[in-house]
Design a protein around this ligand. Structure first.
Ligand code: FES
Length: 114
């Protein structure tokens, strides 16, 4: 019999691409990614959701899905989002990070790449 898996260190982990390109190609930094990241981090903390066994908000480099910029991905589900403003981030926090419900209207289509 195998040992049961340990609970995950974080219940949910969201990564925001903050990549800036200088060659004119589409990138998350040109679409408000830093502000969205800052908003998410502050709100998750303010609501007491941050920390071990809960939610972690991290920045990332390019996730290679730049055509859908700005993008963020939530694990363990591996759900990809393309957002517009902080109200979209609030919805992702409320529905997905708190309650595990995917926000269908913000899903990044599966064929969106670089
Ligand atoms: S610049 Fe954000 S996914 Fe590539």
């Amino acid at each position: 019999m195998s040992t049961p898996a340990a609970p995950p260190y974080y219940q949910r982990h969201i990564f925001f691409c903050l990549n800036q390109r200088s060659n004119g190609e589409n990138c998350c930094a040109d679409h408000g990614a830093q502000a969205a990241f800052d908003h998410c981090k502050a709100r998750v903390k303010a609501e007491g959701l941050a920390g071990v066994g809960q939610v972690r908000v991290n920045k990332s480099g390019c996730l290679d899905r730049c055509a859908g910029a700005p993008v963020a991905v939530v694990y363990p589900e591996g759900t990809w989002y393309s957002y517009v403003d902080t109200s979209d981030i609030d919805e992702i926090i409320e529905a997905h990070l708190k309650n595990g419900q995917v926000v269908e209207r913000l899903l990044l289509p599966p064929d969106v790449g670089r």
